[in-house]
Design a binder for this molecule. Sequence first.
Ligand code: TXA
Ligand code: MG
Length: 349
Amino acid sequence: MTEILNISDNKYYESIKRAAEIIKNGGTVVFPTETVYGLGANAYSEDACKKIFEAKKRPADNPLIVTVSNFEMVNNVCYIDKDIEEKMKKIWPSPLTLLLKKKDVIPDIVTSGMDTVCVRFPDNKIALDLIEAAGVPVAAPSANIATKPSIVDSKDAIKELDGRVDAIIDAGRVKFGVESTILDVTKKPYSLLRPGAYSVEDIEAVFGQIYISPVAEGYKESSIALTPGMKYRHYAPSKKLFLIENEEEFREFISSHRSREFLVLCSADNAKYAKFDKIVLGKNAVEAAHNLFYDFRILDQSDKKYGVIQAFPEKGIGFGLMNRIRKASFLIIKDKENIDKINEVLNES
Ligand code: TXA
Ligand code: MG
């Protein structure tokens, strides 16, 4: 049975205490972070972490992020040189996850046998209070079942995970809506493993220029996986999603009769061009990031067979947003020449 923990004012501490107790006893708890919901267990316990893989149906070769609530915990789980230590103090807590050399206390199951560990110090009161109360670092991947979009609302956590975990903290919507940015600081040049809620501009202000592989844009043709997780299908709704990157072309498509078969996912500015059913993602990349995974689930529950989505400017969180949109898309239309590919897909199905 899954306990649903209420965090309204008079229940807050009782619920945090209960969730911490479950973690201490080797159980699993779904909790909010500022990015997406996580599915956590005691990072020091192999048996507890095994339950994460089972609950999420996650392949064993896809390692977990270790989530901490203070700098002492950081020191307990990984090796840090002076330079990185100073930078950590500047950036944390925040949605920037760092890849570091792991210490032996972290069992192999967490890192899929690698000698590195992803460490995350989230900027979310509930997450921090929970980890602090548990007194141990918490291994926590995104809470979604593997291959599904990440979970940004506790309603979706309950729908997807009721019966699969010991408890779910019912805390509503999260702040950012896309996962943390991951930066590898084990070697120079530091390199971006996954774009996300923490912008490249903000990283470079502290770490100097970093290496950004073209893979980070999210186009699928790239065969190199920067993190083990990348080789798996991610973030995608189960309905086929079409991305039209050229704005003019996107407007033309959504104002055409053909768009009747689609649920249109667009910005507030483009909503007026949509002739049939649409969802407004927001007026800019920040709002679109906040709503993207939530709206993917609406698309999946709708009676539409397809979705069509626009591109957003790739500055700030927009870079992580476009990585998620591209990875979720069944087909990406980059320019005018290949828009007919949409027809080919429709004719096939
Ligand atoms: O915002 C977030 O980071 C959320 C919240 C819940 O904290 N968590 C999250 O975890 O997105 P997850 O497991 O869905 O994504 C972590 C990614 C995976 O692609 C995984 O392969 C990669 O980090 N990763 C974890 N440990 C790694 C390691 N030692 N080396 C390389 N990549 C690693
Ligand atoms: Mg994930």
